[in-house]
Structure formats: structure tokens, C-alpha cells
Design a binder for this molecule. Structure first.
Ligand SMILES: [Zn+2]
Length: 345
């Protein structure tokens, strides 16, 4: 296999989807954006009832169907209540690493369609005032949002139509460095999403087709654990493209595509995993095979949801996951190459 990945296309797409806020439960903007891309390429796009998007790519033989779950939902927060001093008490969406959120810029999306900016801080935010500013544990009850508005009370904030249940998105801080690193929040799993969507560009440009029918599933509740608990009936197997873990005794780097043999939900399908490893080795694709100690994927959600499928899990290595994440352009390229090989060989 000797294919050229259109790096410029994939990185531009990645930046665009990362910059569309999509905390779990607030994914319709990013979904509309992706729907347009699929339609521009001429692929069928559908949504299921809970809002997961499904892009269909016809294969040479359409009697067998490979599903590719990627999740467009990310971590974030929600307004829990408004404090008497006009700051906002938050509740977490997904598993936030709060110490990394201290000092981050954020946006409050009101149900009336207005967006306000603010900063996430600890409730002892000033070194010159609070004895515990350094030591206060960065946990949910000790965090708040400081609004960039002239507000001094609960009533002032309510007058802006900021209410309990409004979504809060965190500034992702997307950047590409000269050495090819991609630094941003929410590479989990916008990086996997960009890899899957790049297959459309690849199949069109190379004028090729996958062996079997492919359905890219844009999952919207993965971080809440039930993203792909239901999937289209015609799907026979799932290969989730989600972030690869890095750290401890794991061998993956940011330049590799990670192949997960087992995570907290158990081992992945033996034949699929073996085939992924074999294809990566045969095609000189930089890869690692790892065990993820604290992880579950949309394949796990699908199996727990009672679907009769088998599944595998791959994805670009992502450092400092759920914090200030980083991957490398090679990790992205290797992921696209491996999934392309899997679907065509
Ligand atoms: Zn993920």
C-alpha cells in the first residue's frame, strides 16, 4: 500500500471541528458542519434519534458493513447555579482534569442563543488575598466561572439570561508546532473524527472503494458512556477510532497509531486486533499495541447495549488525555493509513 495522505486537508478539518464547541449533549453545530462536508463529497448522511450522525460509504460488496465510530462530543461543563457574588457554580460534563482547567478561558452558551465569555478559576483565585490559593484542591466544588460582564449579584447574571443548564465550553487552544506536534484540548476525539472524515477525501481522490460498506458513526454521547449503545442494524463489526493512550508502561508515542488489545471493558476481538497488527507491520505503519488501564470506547458501549457485533479500537497516540492534550501529525497519518489498509485489503 502506497498512499499519500493529504495532510493539509486533514489538519485544516481538525482545526475547524475542534473550534466548534461540542460538549456532550451540545453537538448539533458540529454535526451540521460535518453533514455539509459529507454532502459535498456526495456521501449519504443520516441522523439517528439521539443525534448520532451516520455517513455511508458504499463498498465493492455491500452485504457486509464495517462501522467506524468516532465521537464528536467532548468534555465541558454546565451551569449548576449562580453564586451570590455573580460567579457561576459549575457541574462537569465528562471526566475533566480540573487542575488543568484553572485559568482557562470559556464560553457560556445560553438557551436564548447568546454566548458570553469567562474564565474558569478556583474559588481562591488571588495569591494576594487567599491563604489557600496555592493549596486549594482543584476539584469541582472549588471551581467557578468568572464572567466577563459587569455583574455583582445573582440577579445581574440572571438578567443576562444565563440559567442553570446552560452549556459551558472551554477554549481548546489549537496549535500546530514546527516539529509537527498538534497541541489542543479535545484531540479526544476530534483527532479520530478528522481521521475518519479524511477517508472520504481519500476514497474520492484515489477513486477507490472500501471492500465492504462502511458507516462512519459520529457519536454524540461517548463521554457520557452510551454513545454507540445503539447502532444501525446492518453493522457487522465496529472499529472505533478514538485516542490512543500514552504513559506508564504503555509503548505508544504521539507519532504512532495505537492498537488497543484490551481496556477496562475487556479484550477487543481477537481476529480484528490481529489483522490490525498484521496490516500495520506489513505496511510499515508506525504503531503500538497496548493495554489501556482506565478506558472504554464506543465498541464497549455498543456491546453493553446488546448489539451482536465484534470490535476493535485504534487511534492516534494522545499525550495528557483529558488535560492539555498533544498528538503528532505522524500519529494522525498512521491512523488514516491503518484504517484505509483495513478497509481495502
Ligand atoms: Zn474518546
Amino acid at each position: 500500500m502506497n498512499i499519500k495522505i493529504n495532510k493539509e486537508y486533514t489538519l485544516k478539518l481538525l482545526e475547524e471541528i475542534i473550534n466548534i464547541p461540542s460538549p456532550t449533549g451540545y453537538c448539533s453545530n458540529v454535526m451540521s458542519y460535518i453533514e455539509n462536508i459529507a454532502e459535498e463529497f456526495g456521501y449519504k448522511f443520516k441522523k439517528n434519534k439521539k443525534g448520532n450522525g451516520i455517513i455511508e460509504i458504499e463498498g465493492e460488496d455491500n452485504t457486509y458493513c464495517v462501522g467506524l465510530p468516532v465521537h464528536v462530543d467532548t468534555l465541558g461543563a454546565m451551569v449548576r447555579s449562580v453564586n451570590d457574588d455573580g460567579t457561576i457554580k459549575i457541574t462537569s460534563i465528562g471526566g475533566n482534569l480540573y487542575p488543568t482547567l484553572d485559568g482557562e478561558y470559556c464560553k457560556i452558551h445560553t438557551r436564548k442563543g447568546k454566548i458570553y465569555t469567562g474564565t474558569m478559576l478556583s474559588t481562591s483565585p488571588s495569591m494576594h488575598v487567599y491563604k489557600d490559593s496555592k493549596d486549594k484542591e482543584r476539584i469541582e466544588e472549588n471551581m467557578m466561572v468568572r464572567l466577563d460582564e459587569l455583574v455583582k449579584s445573582k440577579e445581574d447574571v440572571q438578567a443576562l439570561n444565563i440559567e442553570t443548564g446552560d452549556f459551558i465550553s472551554i477554549e481548546p487552544k489549537f496549535a500546530i508546532t514546527p516539529a509537527g506536534f498538534i497541541k489542543s484540548r479535545y484531540l479526544d476525539d476530534k483527532a479520530g473524527t478528522a481521521c475518519a472524515l479524511s477517508l472520504m477525501e481519500l476514497f474520492k481522490r484515489l477513486n477507490t472503494k472500501p471492500k465492504h460498506k462502511v458507516k462512519i458513526i459520529l457519536s454524540t454521547y461517548e463521554e457520557a458512556g452510551h454513545g454507540c449503545s445503539s447502532i444501525p442494524e446492518d453493522i457487522d463489526e465496529l472499529i472505533a477510532i478514538d485516542m490512543g493512550c500514552i504513559g506508564l508502561d504503555l509503548s505508544c508515542t504521539e507519532q504512532d497509531v495505537s492498537i488497543c488489545a484490551k481496556d477496562s471493558s475487556g479484550p477487543y476481538d481477537y481476529d480484528i486486533t490481529s489483522k490490525l497488527i498484521k496490516l500495520a507491520a506489513e505496511n510499515n505503519i508506525g504503531h503500538a499495541v497496548d493495554i489501556y488501564p482506565m478506558y472504554s470506547s464506543d465498541v464497549s458501549a455498543s456491546l453493553k447495549g446488546g448489539n451482536d457485533i465484534k470490535g476493535g479500537l485504534i487511534g492516534p497516540g494522545v499525550h495528557a488525555s483529558h488535560g492539555m492534550e498533544r498528538t503528532h501529525v505522524d500519529g494522525i497519518k498512521n491512523t488514516i493509513k491503518l484504517i484505509y489498509a483495513y478497509l481495502t485489503e
